[in-house]
Design a protein around this ligand. Structure first.
Ligand code: NAP
Length: 246
């Protein structure tokens, strides 16, 4: 489904990004596994992909840094000749009630989650325009659609992702580039592991399917949106939340 395609997954050393990298590679894409701090985990992802016969490489870059991202995109295009699929997945949380939230915690989350996506799109858009094609998939969240107490910074970043997605879809659509957002509900990863079991059970109770999601649930949707099968889908926000938001 993706053979011959070059894909970059940001924040692919663990969680949803890790599984997305593995899934894209399983469909034939050559995957660049981006990480910032977790080099060993990123190398493990590449090793796993190679063991299964796929192609992958790691690239260290802090997506919040405009210049670092510019260099990463130039290096990728120089090495591989193109970038067909960009998955803006890197993200962090620094939760707290508004009254207690520091400026640093607000800025840190916005810098990585929102500006990081801007940096990546900005620095690859000229190349995708030249290619007359590309797929950009941005990780939003249901809390970007509905809000969540204690996550003012995170929900602002994820709502911002939806704005970027729709605006860039309008700017680049005529050149065969699609831009979509995937909005997961509650997916089991290290990001959500920190929650106590009773809190997780309470969340599950609010989900129509009465269970938390798996990284595969998100990765398969990303792979579909990255494929030619999704050629006429752009500017959309697709929830993967087991019915949490209905
Ligand atoms: P996770 O397990 O905490 O993984 C986050 C990834 O982002 C790691 O690989 C981390 O790599 C990377 N990262 C963090 N800061 C970075 C930076 N500055 N530059 C590059 N990479 C960076 O998170 P997750 O649960 O898989 O979430 C992945 C995405 O889905 C996020 O955007 C998140 O907001 C979104 N999401 C998750 C859920 C959920 O329930 N899990 C729900 C809705 C949306 P390093 O350690 O190498 O920095």
């Amino acid at each position: 489904m993706l053979s011959g395609k070059i894909a970059l997954v940001t924040g692919a050393s663990r969680g949803i990004g890790r599984q997305t990298a593995i899934t894209l590679a399983s469909y034939g894409a050559t995957v660049i596994v981006n990480y910032n701090g977790s080099k060993d985990k990123a190398l493990e992802v590449v090793e796993l992909i190679k063991q299964k016969g796929g192609n992958a490489a790691v690239y260290c870059c802090n997506v919040a840094k405009y210049d670092e991202v510019e260099t990463m995109m130039k290096d990728i295009v120089k090495e591989y000749g193109s970038l067909d699929i960009l998955v803006n997945n890197a993200g962090i949380t620094k939760d707290g009630l508004l009254m207690k939230m520091s400026e640093e915690d607000y800025d840190a989350v916005l810098d990585i989650n929102l500006k990081g996506a801007f940096n990546c799109i900005k620095h690859i858009s000229r190349q995708m325009l030249k290619q007359k094609g590309g797929r950009i998939i941005n990780l939003s969240s249901v809390v970007g659609v509905y809000g969540n107490g204690g996550q003012v910074n995170y929900s602002a970043s994820k709502a911002g992702i939806i704005g970027i997605t729709k605006s860039v879809a309008k700017e680049l659509g005529s050149r065969g580039i699609t831009v979509n957002a995937v909005a997961p509900g509650f997916i089991v990863t290290e990001m959500t592991d920190a929650m106590p079991e009773d809190a997780k059970a309470a969340v599950a109770d609010r989900i129509a399917m009465k269970k938390l999601g798996d990284v595969n649930d998100v990765a398969e949707l990303v792979a579909f949106l990255a494929s030619d099968k999704a050629a006429y889908i752009t500017g959309q926000v697709i929830c993967v939340d087991g019915g949490m938001s209905v």
